[in-house]
Ligand binder design. Structure first.
Ligand code: GDP
Ligand code: IMO
Ligand code: MG
Length: 418
């Protein structure tokens, strides 16, 4: 009888999908509350590997899954994901918010055009149209799920938004937008998805006092539009507080917050990353951790665990515990480093800066610890190498939070619960 938040504390890809799947066995319902198909959550169960962009990872455990109002939905991706589940013999018990905004073809095109215009300052987005879709939401001419299931309503909405978009397209030299083609395409999507669309706000509030609901974050705290490394962020609020807006849930209903954190850091796309290791150890992490994006296939940038950023993330999310993932990826390194401060302008700072040009100039101050080997696949805390335990203790003490879950492999069973 609780809301449980599972949120990423870094730049995404912390293993939220795996941790959500693990806890879903005991939950009744799993909810996505922000982001869109920029997310890529991989869940490995036995020989099978599932990749989700929109549907909450709890679907594999046969749980009710909800795409709430704060998500931006690409209907084509959603239909493909439902088809993928059918091919695995899974019939998703899915509900999609009628208020969720819909990603339109012009959003994807504008995402690409804006990136091109930014040139060297580009964000390195997933080009899924996420930013432009949230822009329309805030500008109040977005298209919502409730519109695509009603042809007349959709036509009225398109008649308003297409002339605005056409002006922008003209200024970029992007050609003519075919309103009729979009109308036909999205009416078809609407027909396929209609049976899943409903009022998720009333639904979630009707069950939250009786059932366990997991809120599965997408992206991570450092990509949050308000708290992240702006402007190198996404356009939504992955932070635990984002659940309230993104799912229509009171803050009083979130009883447990699990912060998912890799034993090192990765980042896809551009933007400062003080502990990035371009050489040897960074390559070790990338190769051993298979750090290639689930959504775009891009190689993820890798680096040492950044406890300045983590402390900031832990503070704002006020996590109850940390799920430390991919500990096994550090196996085999003689020494491991953790960043405990930033050198900036002859000073050492411990606060995560708000200005990106300051963060770009920050140099990490490291604590070096002895490495270990053989944590891979361990299922009991006692079986972990002594130096790996020291590493976990160091993190826990520094952040003043318990590490409650340790992940030592991609598989569901490679998980230690403390
Ligand atoms: P998410 O976006 O936060 O759900 O994370 P991703 O799924 O994009 O990236 C995490 C990747 O690491 C996936 O391929 C997982 O299967 C894998 N993974 C998760 N936990 C572990 C772990 O403890 N060890 C290893 N080696 N892989 C893991
Ligand atoms: P999951 O849920 C990692 C990054 C992009 C880019 C920035 C903005 O799998 O952790 P966007 O397309 O959102 O406008 O891109 O955010 N990004 C992610 N990086 N994991 C993700 O999701 C991401 N979703 C977006 O690479 O830097
Ligand atoms: Mg991912």
């Amino acid at each position: 009888m609780a809301g449980i938040a599972i949120v990423g504390l870094q730049w995404g890809d912390e293993g939220k999908g795996k941790i959500t799947d693990f806890f879903s066995s005991k939950a009744d319902c799993v909810v996505r509350y922000q982001g869109g198909n920029n997310a890529g959550h991989t869940v490995v169960v036995g020989e099978k590997s599932y990749k989700f962009h929109l549907i909450p990872s709890g679907v594999i455990q046969g749980k009710k899954v909800v795409i709430a109002n704060g998500v931006v939905v690409c209907p084509k991706t959603l239909i493909e994901e439902i088809d993928m589940l059918h091919s695995h013999g899974i019939e998703p018990d899915l509900m999609v918010s009628d208020r969720a905004h819909v990603i339109m073809p012009y959003h994807r095109i504008l995402d690409g055009a804006e990136e091109e215009l930014l040139g060297k300052k580009k964000i390195g987005t997933t080009k899924r149209g996420i930013g432009p879709c949230y822009t329309d939401k805030i500008a109040r001419y977005g298209i919502r799920m409730v519109d695509i299931i009603d042809e007349k309503r959709l036509k009225e909405k398109l008649d308003i938004v297409i002339p605005i978009k056409q002006r922008i397209f003209d200024s970029y030299g992007l050609g003519k937008i075919d309103e009729e083609k979009i109308l036909r395409e999205y009416v078809e999507y609407g027909k396929k998805l209609e049976k899943y669309v409903g009022d998720t706000i009333y639904f979630l509030n009707s069950i939250i006092d009786e059932k366990d609901i997991i809120f599965e974050g997408a992206q991570g705290f450092l990509l949050d539009i308000d708290y992240g490394t702006y402007p190198y962020t996404t356009s939504s609020n992955p932070v635990a507080g984002g659940i309230c807006n993104g799912a229509g849930i009171s803050p009083k209903k979130i009883e447990r917050i699990i912060g998912v954190m890799k034993a090192y850091v990765t980042r896809v796309g551009m933007g400062a990353m003080p502990t990035e290791e371009k050489g040897g150890e960074g390559n070790h992490m990338a190769e051993k951790g298979h750090e290639y994006g689930t959504t775009t296939g891009r190689k993820r940038r890798c680096g040492w665990l950044d406890l300045v950023a983590a402390k900031y993330a832990v503070m704002v999310n006020d996590v109850d515990e940390i799920a430390l993932t991919k500990l096994d990826v550090l196996d085999g390194l003689k020494k491991v480093k953790v960043c405990i401060g930033y050198e900036y302008d002859d000073d050492v700072i411990e606060k995560f800066p708000s200005a990106i040009d300051v963060l770009e100039k920050c140099r990490p101050v490291y604590e070096e610890l002895d490495g270990w080997d053989g944590s891979c696949g361990k299922k009991k805390y006692e079986d972990l190498p002594a130096n790996a335990k020291k590493y976990i203790d160091f993190i826990s003490e520094w952040l003043n939070k318990p590490v409650g879950i340790i992940s030592t492999g991609a598989g569901r069973e490679d998980t230690i619960l403390l």
